[in-house]
Design a binder for this molecule. Structure first.
Ligand SMILES: O=C(O)CCC(=O)C(=O)O
Ligand SMILES: [Fe+2]
Length: 354
């Protein structure tokens, strides 16, 4: 029997997963990574234990009540156990969230020729394509991406923003504005939940805090038992605000994988490593992954909220005492440092522990 020769990761990453599927190609060598025996907790979506937090009572116009205090307690508990929560009461109409997902889907549904106008080289991040080539022996993800710098606005590279669908630019600009307000509410609420001055995390993020957006498109995969849409990782951001349509995202907690249920109105807020550092380890940056599906395609939109370029961040002073020593070093441009480890399939947070 003729041997099937497997192209290198670099060659595979120069193609799009969507294109390979259209050409009838099966998931090959480096895409295969999943341990069939991993421990997935099957819950019905209504019973998902991933905490739900109502951001409504943290809005600036709300006066502090007993309910606010209870919700701050819930927030702290969610972030120190799960490292994530499902946000409701964020004030973004569900029809608008649909619109954001829709422009993303419409972009990916176009012919390759149109999408390739925004293609990036394999070595860089911004634009349409896949992550840069990982280190030898690391697996590849069964997904295609469009990654864009959003805030500060002078970092936008509009040349890489799709001109089709025509509403893409306006929709993403509007979503970015809304995300700026949401990050302010979340950053202040997290500080209050730890009895810190409400602006302390915002100050660490800096006046030129960054927002980067990533549209992830997961094409159906013939072998979801063997291939992941996105390999297990923790984010290098401060924190990440995610939304998706079909289920697929799984969060690792106490050795088990929990699926984030389909809920189009919810924003999933996940701590990144930098919030774990700033909270001196009280908040956890959770490991998560995306499983693939043999029938449904899936879109997700991740907004990475990250401290300003070149800004030093570290554990918040008010969280360090004689009884509770500093747990992490001060870091700068941690997301770049994180990437080096990510490419090796490793976590970087351990390298910055005191
Ligand atoms: O697609 C998802 O739900 C997760 C995406 C994600 O984890 C990421 O982009 O870092
Ligand atoms: Fe992630």
């Amino acid at each position: 029997m003729a041997e099937v020769s497997i192209p290198s990761a670099e060659v595979l990453l120069s193609k799009r997963v969507q294109e390979m599927v259209l050409n009838g190609q099966d998931p090959l060598g480096p895409y295969v990574c999943r341990n069939k025996h991993d421990n997935v907790e099957e819950e019905s979506p209504e019973n998902s234990p991933i905490p739900i937090i109502d951001l409504g009572c943290f809005l600036p116009q709300q006066s502090s009540t007993e309910e606010t205090e209870e919700n701050l307690e819930k927030l702290k508990s969610a972030l120190s156990t799960w490292g994530c929560f499902r946000a409701i009461g964020h004030g973004i109409p569900s029809s608008f969230l649909d619109e954001v997902r829709q422009v993303g889907r419409e972009f990916f549904q176009q012919p390759m020729e149109e999408k390739n106008k925004y293609a990036k080289p394999v070595t860089v991040f911004e634009g349409y394509g896949a992550d840069p080539v990982p280190e030898e022996g690391q697996s590849l993800d069964w997904s295609d991406r469009l990654f864009l710098e959003l805030v500060p606005e002078d970092r936008r590279n509009y040349r890489l923003w799709p001109r089709n669908p025509t509403s893409f630019k306006k929709t993403l600009e509007e979503y970015t504005e809304k995300m700026k307000s949401v990050t302010e509410i979340i950053s202040k609420s997290m500080a209050k939940s730890l009895h810190l001055e409400e602006n302390c995390f915002l100050k660490q993020f800096g006046e030129r805090a960054q927002l980067q957006g990533r549209f992830n498109y997961y094409t159906p995969c013939k072998r979801p038992d063997l291939v992941l849409g996105l390999k297990a990782h923790a984010d290098g951001s401060g924190y990440t605000i995610l939304m998706h349509d079909e289920p697929g995202l799984q969060i690792l907690k106490d050795g088990k994988w929990y699926t984030a249920p389909k809920n189009p109105d919810v924003l999933l807020v996940l701590m990144g490593d930098q919030m774990e550092i700033m909270s001196n380890g009280i908040f956890k940056s959770p490991v998560h992954r995306v499983v693939s599906d043999s029938k449904s395609d899936r879109i997700s939109v991740a907004m990475f909220y990250t401290p300003e370029v070149g800004k030093e961040i570290g554990p918040q002073e008010g969280l360090i005492s004689e009884e509770v020593p500093r747990a992490y070093k001060t870091v700068k441009d941690y997301a770049d440092f994180h990437l080096g480890y990510y490419q090796k399939g490793m976590r970087s947070i351990h390298a910055v522990k005191v």
